[in-house]
Design a protein around this ligand. Sequence first.
Ligand SMILES: CC(C)(COP(=O)(O)OP(=O)(O)OC[C@H]1O[C@@H](n2cnc3c(N)ncnc32)[C@H](O)[C@@H]1OP(=O)(O)O)[C@@H](O)C(=O)NCCC(=O)NCCS
Length: 166
Amino acid sequence: MSPDKPKEGRTVAESATEMTQLVLPQHANVHGTLLGGTVMHWVDLAAAIVANRHSRRPVVTAAFDEMSFLAPIQVGQVALIHARLTFVDRSSMEIRVDVVSEDVLTGERRRTGTAYVTFVALDPVTRRPSPVPPLVLETDEDRAEHVKALERRRLRLERRKLNAKD
Ligand SMILES: CC(C)(COP(=O)(O)OP(=O)(O)OC[C@H]1O[C@@H](n2cnc3c(N)ncnc32)[C@H](O)[C@@H]1OP(=O)(O)O)[C@@H](O)C(=O)NCCC(=O)NCCS
């Protein structure tokens, strides 16, 4: 594979992913609400699908930014996991993942958390980071997310440098 970045871009919409999960007792903590670790597992999976769809390469999670849990999701409710790209560099991709609860009886929806996850695409043979297609920003929302992602990336890479010194 050429070391050059692929020239043909892909839009945010082309890789955007929505996962729907019914919250069952085996997903719950001792309070009868969805376990934080399970939420993070689903967030990771949805983000991986986005990264795979954009790059069409094997991908790995490189960084998981902090995630706040704004409200619990009860057993019997539905968790909707919306994931979409905000930023793409040479081999890395930042994905925003929003978690929303849905009460199946009333239809009421509530955002319960948001996470930013960075994935890196790998060359299938060498397993080294591999270039990904550019991200085509179509909407005002895509462009606004992209600007904020640049600052998050700067902070993340600074943290990476600091942690490397430990
Ligand atoms: C992620 C990984 C492939 C990066 O490899 P590396 O040898 O450090 O490669 P580089 O330094 O060349 O970085 C490659 C890209 O990853 C990005 N990256 C690496 N670590 C990062 C971090 N902590 N946060 C954000 N981006 C990171 C770099 O910025 C670079 O992006 P770019 O190509 O778009 O400029 C490597 O650290 C790894 O394999 N980590 C383990 C992944 C894993 O097991 N995940 C859990 C299971 S999927």
